[in-house]
Ligand binder design. Structure first.
Ligand SMILES: [Zn+2]
Length: 199
C-alpha cells in the first residue's frame, strides 16, 4: 500500500490465496466484503483505487522454484512477504541467481527480522540463517499479533524506497524487532565466503 501510494512505477503481486475472515486481523488491505475472493484480485482493486498511475500486475499462483522464474523478468526488486521459510530461501536463491536486489522479512507473534540483499555485494539471507534440511509443511501457522506484519511490511516498503534513492538501508545488517520491549536492534553481518552468494 505504501509503495503504491508512493507512486512506484510497477508492482507485481503473486499469491494463490483466497481471503479468509481470519486474515483480516492483520491484512488490512482487505475487508469483510472480500472474504472468499481471490486476494490478488481484491488487492488489485484496492491498490488501483489508491493510485491509478501505478501498474498493478497480479498472478494467482503459488511461488515455487519453477513458477518464480517467469515473474523475474523486467523487475528490479523482490519483496518477500511470504509466511514460510521455503519461500524465503527460494527468494534469496533467485535474487542471487538473477542479481536482483531483495528484502526478506519474517515474523512471529511480537517479533520480526528484516534484511536487504544486494547479491553481488552484500551478505544474503543464507549467510545469516542455515537452510533447514527439511521443513515440515505441517508445522502450521505461527501465532501473529496483527500489528507485527504491519510494522515489518512497512519497513520492507521503506527499504525499497531507500534503496531506490541510494539512502542507507539494511544491506549487511539484520534488523531485529522486539515489539514486547519496543526494541529495534541492528546487527552487522558479513558475507560468508562459503555461502551460495559467494560462488
Ligand atoms: Zn550468502
Amino acid at each position: 500500500m505504501y509503495l503504491t501510494a508512493a507512486g512506484i512505477k510497477q508492482l507485481t503481486i503473486i499469491d494463490n490465496d483466497v481471503l479468509d475472515i481470519s486474515n483480516l486481523q492483520r491484512q488490512i488491505l482487505y475487508n469483510e466484503m472480500q472474504v472468499g475472493k481471490d486476494k490478488v484480485e481484491s488487492a488489485k482493486i484496492v491498490l488501483s483505487n489508491l493510485n491509478s498511475e501505478v501498474q498493478i500486475n497480479t498472478y494467482k499462483e503459488y511461488i515455487d522454484k519453477d513458477s518464480i522464474r517467469k515473474y523475474i523478468k523486467d523487475h528490479d526488486f523482490i519483496i518477500d512477504c511470504s509466511d514460510n521459510f521455503q519461500t524465503k530461501f527460494l527468494v534469496n536463491k533467485i535474487a542471487i541467481q538473477y542479481n536482483l536486489k531483495c528484502v526478506i522479512a519474517g515474523i512471529k507473534d511480537f517479533y520480526g527480522q528484516i534484511i536487504t540483499i544486494n547479491p553481488k555485494k552484500t551478505a544474503c539471507y543464507q549467510c545469516v540463517f542455515n537452510e533447514p534440511d527439511k521443513i515440515s509443511p505441517e508445522e502450521g501457522p505461527l501465532p501473529v499479533i496483527g500489528v507485527t506484519p504491519g510494522i515489518l511490511g512497512t519497513l520492507e516498503a521503506l527499504e525499497v524506497i531507500k534503496t531506490a534513492l541510494g539512502l542507507p538501508n539494511l544491506e549487511n545488517k539484520l534488523l531485529m524487532v522486539n515489539l514486547v520491549d519496543s526494541r529495534f536492534n541492528v546487527i552487522d553481518i558479513v558475507k560468508n565466503e562459503n555461502c551460495i552468494c559467494s560462488k
